[in-house]
Design a protein around this ligand. Structure first.
Ligand code: ADP
Ligand code: MG
Length: 153
């Protein structure tokens, strides 16, 4: 499934719709170059989980935590030097009780949950982005299908 967004607010709105569909244990991996809109999308996810506060870029902190309808754990692995550090974060465990969203998952390919919904962001122009949903596992497939329905209506 592929979507186009032509503004940061539209990317947030897509994230918000996905956030509303999420359940405890869901894992989202966001890939795409710097400035592609991953963090902007997480702001929408948080909104869709009824989190009222702000979500910022995690340049120096690897993990942010937002308590909405579910707890949203936001990891940014851009500055990760060693995939071992990801084990230390215990992502697999914390994702069971909340929702885990990871930017730059390619920095730690073998230590992230196998069952996940991947969202690939591509910069089309200064304001346009393409978002492609790639489900891995039954739960992610169900989420992507539900998202496809929501985006039609
Ligand atoms: P990333 O986390 O992928 O590095 P950010 O979400 O932090 O990216 O930044 C995206 C940047 O691109 C922001 O400055 C945002 O205003 C801009 N932008 C322009 N158009 C879009 C769009 N359609 N969706 C998301 N961000 C956009
Ligand atoms: Mg980011």
């Amino acid at each position: 499934m592929s979507l186009q967004s032509v503004s940061p607010e539209e990317t947030r709105a897509v994230g918000e719709r996905l956030g509303a569909l999420l359940e405890a244990g869901d894992v989202l991996l966001l890939s795409g170059e710097l400035g592609a809109g991953k963090t902007t999308f997480v702001q929408g996810l948080a909104r869709g989980l009824n989190y009222e506060g702000s979500v910022s870029s995690k340049s120096f902190v690897i993990m942010g935590e937002y308590a909405g309808r579910l707890r949203l754990y936001h990891a940014d692995l851009y500055r990760l030097e060693d995939a071992e550090q990801v084990w230390e974060l215990g992502l697999e465990e914390i994702s069971r009780e909340g929702v885990l969203v990871v930017e730059w998952p390619d920095r730690a390919p073998d230590v992230l949950p196998e069952q996940h919904l991947k969202v690939v962001f591509t910069v089309i122009s200064e304001v346009a982005r393409e978002l492609v949903l790639e489900p891995h596992g039954a739960r992610a497939e169900a989420t992507a299908a539900a998202m496809s329905e929501v985006m039609k209506g």
